[in-house]
Every structure is written in structure tokens, then in C-alpha cells.
Design a protein around this ligand. Structure first.
Ligand code: GEK
Length: 246
């Protein structure tokens, strides 16, 4: 069902801004695994973390779900009675394919947490009371000016004791650290079979679309959004994940 990512393999006369269309959806599982160091560990751990924090009878959100990897992991781990997962993405190609993947998971595994896939912009989505919210590499695609507003709405929707899991590509204020980890990230991509051309073209496609913040900016913003406590739980090269507690 999944194909090898060759989207940037041939020279392009003009590299357009990156969009989550049908071509991307087709190769997405291959693309994200070969591009994001630590992604499989993060996805598996999201299931474990959600399993610990999901409250009986509550809603769990996977915002910017793409093909639903985090949702699939949570469905395997959440054991609390009566939970429901809502996976949301504003890219039609992603939401459609996500639904197909989840239906396939349903037909193979019994008694999984029920889930619905919603094609919507998370900036306009009314959030219902929930115990766990996942933003797995989604916030970096949101306009920086709208990030605090979104996080505040998530904090307000969370039940007491609820958590947000926030994974992001990280930027580093210290220039040497930034250079070192960026260069190691390209080494990671080369080791996964991406050519210099693919790396360069992907970088120019994504640079106006995906705007990473520093870990310090994230933690300060989470506090500003009203979270009681926020901390990092994972980092691999320049990619990391945090938990924010209501
Ligand atoms: C995973 N979480 O595999 N509303 C809804 N969705 C959005 C919005 C928005 N405003 N902006 C971006 N997206 C996934 C991976 S990918 C990360 C997440 C990446 C969606 C966008 O359509 C895309 O599917 C996703 O956020 C980001 O666990 O490609 O690096």
C-alpha cells in the first residue's frame, strides 16, 4: 500500500512550497520514517503515554493525524473503558487515506478503541472535553502567530489531569548546536538513501512552510497557554517531543 518517496529525486526547474497532496499521502509512511530521526520510537511511545493518561469515557485527539500512525499506536495501548479517538487533518488526501488505514487495522485487530477521522482545519475546530491531545509534528506547520491561541484552546479543552503530547523539529539558539544537529540530520537522511539533490530540493520546498521553534520557546509558550508543567521526554538529533500537563 505504501510507496518509496521519490518526490524530489528528479531535478525540478522550480521547487514549489510543500503541500500535503495525494502524491505526498501515497509515499508518506516511507517519507516520514526516512526523514524524522526517532519517529518510530515517538509513535510507539505516544501509545504508551496515552495508555497511562487516557481517562475512562473520555475523548482523545490526534491533531494533524496524517495517516494516523499515532492514533493506531494509541488504539493498541489505551485500555481505559469507553474512550474515543478523534483524528483530524485538513489535507483531504491524508484524511481519506487515514480512514482506509484505520479500516484495515479494524479488520485485522479486534476490540480497538473506536475512532473517527475528521477532515477539518484544527484552527477552526471546536474542541470538546478530552484527556489526551496529540500534536505529532503538526504545530510546526501552523502560522507562528496562531500557535499560542491553538495551545490555549487545547489546554482549556483538557480535563483536569489531562495532557498534550507535542512533537516537533527543533531549532537551537546556539549556532554551533544548530549546525551540528542539522548536519547530523542530513547524515541521517543520506544513510536512509536520500541523495544530495533530494535533500536540497526538499529543504527549499519546506523552508517557508515548516517553521521550527527552540525547545525553550515551546516550553515557555506551553506555560503561557496555561499548562501547569511541561517537559521534554525525547530527543533524537534535532527532533523532540514534550508532555504538557494541565
Ligand atoms: C504522524 N501526526 O504521522 N489543520 C489540520 N491539519 C493540519 C493543519 C491544520 N491547520 N496544518 C497542517 N496539518 C502525523 C504526522 S505531518 C508532519 C504529521 C510532517 C497536517 C498536515 O496536513 C499533515 O498531514 C500534518 O499536519 C503534518 O504522527 O509531515 O512532517
Amino acid at each position: 500500500m505504501t510507496e518509496v518517496d521519490k518526490l524530489f529525486a528528479a531535478p525540478l526547474s522550480r521547487v514549489a512550497d510543500f503541500v500535503f497532496d495525494h502524491d505526498v499521502a501515497k509515499v508518506f509512511p516511507d517519507m516520514i520514517k526516512r526523514s524524522v530521526p526517532g519517529y518510530p520510537t515517538i509513535v510507539e511511545s505516544i501509545g504508551l503515554i496515552a495508555g497511562q493518561y487516557a481517562q475512562p469515557g473520555s475523548l482523545i485527539y490526534d491533531l494533524g493525524c496524517s495517516l494516523g500512525a499515532a492514533s493506531q499506536s494509541m488504539r493498541r495501548h489505551v485500555r481505559a473503558e469507553g474512550c474515543h479517538i478523534r483524528a483530524v487533518d485538513n489535507a483531504e488526501a491524508m484524511a481519506e487515506r487515514c480512514q482506509e488505514y484505520l479500516t484495515a487495522q479494524d479488520s485485522m485487530v479486534e476490540e480497538l478503541t473506536p475512532i473517527d477521522v475528521v477532515h477539518a482545519d484544527i484552527l477552526n475546530l471546536a474542541l470538546e472535553p478530552c484527556s489526551v491531545v496529540v500534536l505529532n509534528f503538526t504545530l510546526q506547520f501552523i502560522n507562528p502567530e496562531q500557535r499560542l491561541g491553538l495551545l490555549t484552546r487545547i489546554q482549556e479543552a483538557l480535563l483536569p489531569g489531562g495532557i498534550l503530547i507535542l512533537s516537533e523539529k527543533l531549532r537551537f539558539a546556539d549556532e554551533d548546536t544548530q549546525r551540528s544537529l542539522e548536519s547530523l540530520h542530513y547524515t541521517f537522511k543520506r544513510a536512509n538513501g536520500y541523495s544530495e539533490l533530494e535533500i536540497a530540493q526538499k529543504r527549499s520546498a519546506i523552508e517557508n512552510v515548516m517553521l521550527p521553534d527552540t525547545l525553550e520557546t515551546h516550553l515557555a509558550r506551553l506555560h503561557q497557554a496555561g499548562f501547569k508543567h511541561a517537559h521534554s521526554w525525547f530527543q533524537c538529533l534535532n527532533f523532540g517531543s514534550m508532555i504538557a500537563h494541565k
